[in-house]
Design a protein around this ligand. Structure first.
Ligand SMILES: Cc1ncc(COP(=O)(O)O)c(C=O)c1O
Length: 397
């Protein structure tokens, strides 16, 4: 499949395979701020700003460009497919993870089957947990898989609760709270052995991790563009393993999920044969323009190169935190962590505010300081946050 690189003619400081210093000119914020907050919001690039302008210019000059706008949505579908090493027909274009997860659970015959159990890890983002619990109104039972003392949730913990009554297992790829990476392949295998399906919310991985949905063997992958895909909010995706497509009928739907949207048919429900059956209403066109621009930067750098770059920075960061005697919550093993490193604080709000006052942008969850690394970060960013933390050692556990 062709990458998006050729679609963006404007001059940018992006060179294929280049990360770190080679790409920083694309992101104005890094010129004046140490930006370590991609787990919350990716940095704005010139290219994403220009994409919004392009959308507005087209609308202004040509009016309603619906044919072109729908084509942009299909281009986004193909781009998401490339990021997951999947096929475009396995991808729904959504406005959020919530839409994707709601589509999946709406296709489960919860009240009409013996399989009523939804298993969720304690690391799920609220949207997944809350949607799972909303299914209690449809007869579901929700079981949480709790972490070990070190914060990890090994597949054995899932195995203890997955059984013949399980309909769906939700295991986020990378925890937004601690940076732990789940063994999604093994958890999917456990789910399948019991006849259940497996969903991996991969928002905290996609764009910073070289991802292969099929190699993981997982049934559903969802995520969005806000974080490591470098866009603003309003665009996401749902991957559905192609073997399942004929078997799943989402009851959460919309006219863009129909087999022929131009028929304007209101006489029946006849969804598309492929994963477009999980689309819903009018696509989020401005977000798609911006999302394609953000994804093009990730694709040009290459997710394998980004993952390697981030792993190197994370190692430097963890070594430095060890020297400070800090409590690093995120695993040392690069295979067991994502692009996020978390460190325990006695007063994390005070710490985030103190760092922000020095133009170092991080975030917090629970009592952890979250330091997120991405392609535009460099060793100087790591050293700068380490120095600031050394000065505030009393705020670390
Ligand atoms: C792991 C994870 N899942 C989901 C979301 C967001 O879900 P939604 O797109 O429904 O707002 C986030 C962050 O906002 C996240 O970190």
């Amino acid at each position: 499949m062709e990458s998006l690189a050729s679609e963006y003619p404007w001059p940018v400081a992006v060179t294929a395979g280049k990360v770190g210093a080679a790409i920083r000119g694309e992101f104005p914020i890094v010129a004046h701020t140490t930006y370590l907050n991609s787990c919350s919001q990716g940095a704005l690039s010139h290219r994403v700003r220009a994409a919004y302008e392009e959308y507005l210019d087209g609308w202004d000059e040509r009016g309603a460009e619906w044919a072109h706008w729908v084509e942009r949505a299909e281009t986004a579908r193909a781009a998401f497919a490339r990021l997951l090493k999947a096929e475009p027909g396995e991808l729904a274009v959504t406005t959020s993870v919530s839409q994707g997860v709601n589509g999946v659970v709406s296709a489960l015959p919860l009240g009409r089957s013996e399989r009523t159990k939804i298993v969720i890890s304690e690391h799920e983002f609220p949207t997944v947990g809350q949607i799972a619990h909303a299914q209690e109104l449809r007869g579901a039972e929700v079981v949480h898989v709790r972490p070990e003392a070190d914060g990890s949730i090994p597949p054995e913990r899932f195995a203890e609760v997955i059984d013949q009554r399980t309909a769906l297992v939700c295991c986020t790829t990378v925890s937004y709270r601690t940076g732990h990476r789940h063994d999604v392949a093994e958890i999917a295998r456990l789910a399948h052995d019991a006849g259940a399906l497996c969903l991996a919310d991969s928002y905290q991985a996609i764009g910073a991790v070289d991802f292969d949905a099929r190699a993981l063997g997982v049934d559903f992958v969802t995520g969005g563009t806000v974080k490591y895909l470098l866009d603003s909010s309003g665009l996401g995706f749902l991957y559905v393993r192609r073997e399942l497509l004929g078997k799943l009928l989402p009851t959460q739907t919309g006219w863009f999920a129909d087999e022929d949207i131009f028929q304007m048919d209101i006489s029946d429900y006849s969804p598309a044969a492929d994963a477009r059956r999980f689309d819903a209403g009018t696509p989020p066109v401005p977000n798609i323009y911006a999302g394609l621009a953000g994804i093009s930067i990730v694709e040009e750098a290459g997710t394998a190169a980004i993952e390697e770059h981030v792993a190197g920075l994370a190692e430097r960061l963890i070594d430095g935190l060890d020297e400070l005697g800090a409590t690093v919550v995120t695993p040392r093993d690069p295979a067991r962590r994502g692009p996020l490193v978390c460190v325990r604080s006695t007063d994390v709000n005070a710490l985030v505010a103190a760092l922000a006052a020095e133009k170092i942008v991080c975030s917090e969850r629970d009592s952890n300081l979250r330091i997120a690394l991405h392609l535009y970060n460099v060793e100087e960013d790591v050293d700068r946050v380490l120095e600031a933390l050394r000065e505030r050692r009393h705020l670390l556990v």
